[in-house]
Ligand binder design. Structure first.
Ligand code: ADP
Ligand code: ZN
Length: 745
């Protein structure tokens, strides 16, 4: 709006209102006489206003309407925009018809955008203080795929699935399994022939009594048009409830969006969904190619669908959505940090559901404090599921104090003797073990024995970690920018020997191989799971009992269902705690609870061992049940209230990035002072401060944290903040360095 006003006033610096009015009137008439029409266009840019363009009515077979894609010039460059207003004659005459350029033409072959999509972009942009253009850019990455290519890809995929099913049919030992595959095969063929396909499986979901009652409560909440929060302990069968809800929705001819934080961690879930909805399932995640996006678009436009996807699947051209599921709703991966739109898939999911009149269910074993708060004030409906489906009990928690053990000579490398005993015990009984270590690599940090130097990345303020390649050679990797360096084993400063500080997953794997020579050991982290095939194999082998010990990063904590797992252990839990963030504890608890839930999913009770140097940390109290859920929530809420943090306020970070270290220091201070002076109105300005890693990929980072009271001033405060930033950028000639991050995680 600010920029709009600026441009408006330069064009219409006309004192004589009468004259200006007549001039406008004349121009409008003139334009209409020549059959010109005016439209407003959203461009894939950070632009606070939507430019106007014209076209000759008879140059196109039919008039342009909202959602059409058009090619236009802006700032000397060509863009594909989306028509956001089809009758902009009045706006055009205000700006001055002679200033308005014609469009280059319609963007042929590009899909039209729906009204709901544009509305969603506007909502997301307003909430996250970015522009509809930035959302558009994220939703429709530039590039184009020929329709023929899309069709060919879809055909290929169907053929591949049929071939796979044929294989399964040939191999199936039981008659009923064989028949199920045959039915699936027929259904796939049928829906492929008839693109509109209406037939779909009923899902075949059978619920337990507890699940049935939770399912009914969820539907009760839906009746009030509210989001439902399903809080269910791990293994309670939340997924089964989602599937039943999905079956319900599909049978009414409406579609389903099933959101997960990360696809990599949802492969088992994908299989489960495929069993129930083989022809509706479509998987979509961030980082898909343009061709895949086109394929998904074509599928969801032509037949009933259930999209399983990450946050970006929000921006697919959904139609007739009846249900949105947000699994693991508290997971920080739902938030996009960079670039804009810096949105949270959970919040955007609620907006999307609202636009489509769809029901929405959020689920988690450890819901976010924000969502629980929303339940307590009646905005969401809370449904609890406290029993595990297989009647198993929660694993017992055993905390091992690594400092005390070290003093007693009770540590062997990264393992305590106690943990070694537990592992041996478990293996002797034929059980399986999962070990979690948050740091991948062989050693997360190296230090010179002579001079104490810690080798760091040139472009980031972060220690380089040592990775051992398959051929046994070492390499140094920066986990922030990905830069790789040769490892020579000696200090870059003095030539002394480098020694590893601490052990990453690779080293733990090596130590475990020595400690448990009989055991079959595998590792799951983003290094070992580089290809999907390899990753699937690691998981499959562990799930079939072909490996005994699974070592990995938080990937091992999430979602998997391994029936033989009876011992889970965290090697160095300290790395989960010490983050300078008011949500660190909440996150640590969530991860630990999730990991705990991996074991003892069948009848036996499992054991959860945590090795830590801070055994008295409050996080462990919650875990071991010393604090009940509601006590722990009350405690956390009162802390948040005391410091004025969410849910009692809205946090917005102004993040500054700059190659120049002294300039970022100067600018961030100056911006902080400006904001403190100009915002007022209950807004708290904190900082600037440096994040834990203050330089990433050559950019120096500073953060100014703003706490906005959550009351009727919120809207105005957000608008003034946005204006102040624009003003600061233009006055100080500092464009392109400041980003606003609403509800940062
Ligand atoms: P959650 O997602 O709540 O952690 P899951 O949905 O993964 O729990 O369920 C845990 C286990 O119980 C899974 O192995 C699942 O197959 C099984 N299970 C849950 N509900 C049912 C059901 N109604 N019928 C058959 N198996 C079920
Ligand atoms: Zn780096």
């Amino acid at each position: 709006p600010l920029l709009y006003h600026l441009s408006y006033s330069t064009v219409w610096d006309c004192k004589d209102r009468q004259k200006s009015f007549r001039y406008k009137f004349f121009l409008t008439k003139f334009a209409l006489m020549y059959g010109l029409r005016y439209i407003q266009v959203i461009l894939p840019l950070r632009l606070g206003w939507e430019p106007l363009y014209s076209y000759k009515e008879d140059s196109l077979p039919s008039a342009l309407v909202i959602g059409d894609r058009v090619k236009v010039m802006f700032g000397g460059k060509e863009y594909v925009g989306v028509v956001s207003e089809e009758n902009a004659g009045e706006e055009a005459s205000e700006v001055g018809l002679d200033k308005i350029k014609p469009i280059l033409g319609p963007a042929k072959g590009l899909e039209k955008v729906s009204l709901e999509e544009i509305r969603l972009w506007r909502m997301v942009a307003e909430y996250y203080l970015c522009t509809p253009g930035e959302v558009y850019k994220a939703a429709y990455p530039a590039g184009k795929v020929e329709e023929e290519e899309v069709k060919a890809r879809i055909r290929e995929r169907i053929q591949a699935r049929i071939a796979k099913l044929d294989e399964k049919i040939a191999k199936a030992r039981r008659e009923d399994t064989r028949e199920r595959y045959i039915v699936q095969r027929e259904e796939i063929l049928r829906s492929a022939q008839n693109d509109k396909g209406t037939a779909h499986s009923d899902g075949g979901v059978v619920l337990s009594e507890a699940q049935e009652s939770a399912f009914n409560s969820v539907k009760e909440v839906f009746k009030f048009g509210k989001p439902a929060l399903l809080r269910g302990v791990t293994g309670s069968g939340k997924t089964e409830i989602y599937l039943k809800l999905a079956a319900d929705t599909l049978s009414k001819g409406r579609n389903v969006l099933f959101m997960v934080p990360e696809i990599a961690l949802s492969r088992q879930l994908e299989d489960r969904i495929r069993n129930h909805f083989p022809q509706e399932l479509e998987v979509f995640h961030s980082g898909e190619t343009i061709a895949k996006r086109a394929e998904t678009t074509s599928i969801i436009k032509s037949r009933p669908y259930l999209v399983l996807g990450t946050r970006s699947s929000i921006f697919l051209p959904h139609r007739d959505l009846g249900l949105v599921i947000v699994d693991e709703e508290n997971d920080p991966s739902y938030k996009q940090d960079n670039p804009a739109p810096r949105y949270n898939g959970r919040e955007a999911g609620i907006m999307l559901a609202g636009l489509h009149g769809a029901a929405i269910v959020l689920g988690s074993a450890t819901p976010s404090l924000e969502s629980l708060y929303n339940c307590s004030v009646g905005r969401f409906g809370l449904i609890e599921l406290n029993d595990k489906y297989f009647q198993a009990k929660d694993a017992d928690v055993e905390i091992i104090d690594t400092i005390a053990e070290r003093k007693k000579n009770g540590m062997v490398g990264s393992f305590s003797r106690k943990l070694i005993d537990r592992i041996n015990n478990c293996l002797d009984k034929g059980g399986q073990v999962a070990l979690l270590r948050e740091r991948r690599s062989y050693s997360p940090v190296l230090q010179c024995e002579e001079c104490g130097t810690i080798p760091k990345c040139d472009r980031c303020d972060a220690a380089l970690s040592l990775h051992i390649k398959e051929n046994g050679e070492g390499k140094l990797v920066c986990h922030y920018c990905g830069r790789v360096k040769r490892y020579l084993g000696t200090c870059p400063d003095c030539g002394g020997l480098l020694k590893p500080l601490g052990a990453g997953t690779q080293k733990i794997e090596e130590e475990a191989a020595e400690l448990f020579p009989e055991a079959r050991i595998t590792r799951l982290d983003s290094d070992s799971a580089r290809s999907r095939k390899h990753e699937t194999e690691i998981i499959k082998d562990f799930s079939n009992g072909e490996t005994d010990i699974l070592i990995g990063t938080r990937m091992v904590a999430k979602g998997f269902d391994f029936s033989g797992l009876s011992l889970v252990a965290v090697i160095q839990a300290d790395s989960l705690l010490g983050q300078q963030d008011y949500r660190a504890d909440e996150r640590a608890i969530s991860l630990l609870e999730q990991f705990r839930g991996r074991c003892g999913r069948r009848a036996d009770k499992g054991l959860f061992v945590i090795q830590t140097s801070q055994p008295d940390h409050p996080v462990y109290k919650t875990l071991s049940g010393d604090l009940s859920d509601s006590e722990s929530m009350a405690k956390q809420l009162s802390e948040r209230k005391m410091f004025g943090y969410p849910p009692y306020s809205r946090v917005i970070n102004a993040v500054l990035r700059d190659r120049n270290a002294s300039r970022v220091e100067l600018m961030s201070r100056s911006l902080s002072e400006t904001l403190a002076r100009s915002l007022g109105n209950g807004v708290k300005v904190i900082g600037p401060f440096s994040p834990a890693i203050e330089k990433v990929g050559g950019d120096n980072i500073r953060i100014i944290r703003l706490l906005l009271p959550k009351d009727k001033r919120l809207k105005n405060n957000k608008a003034s903040l946005e204006e102040e930033i624009l003003l600061f950028e233009s006055e100080r000639k500092y464009s392109g360095h400041i980003a606003l991050d609403v509800d940062p995680v």
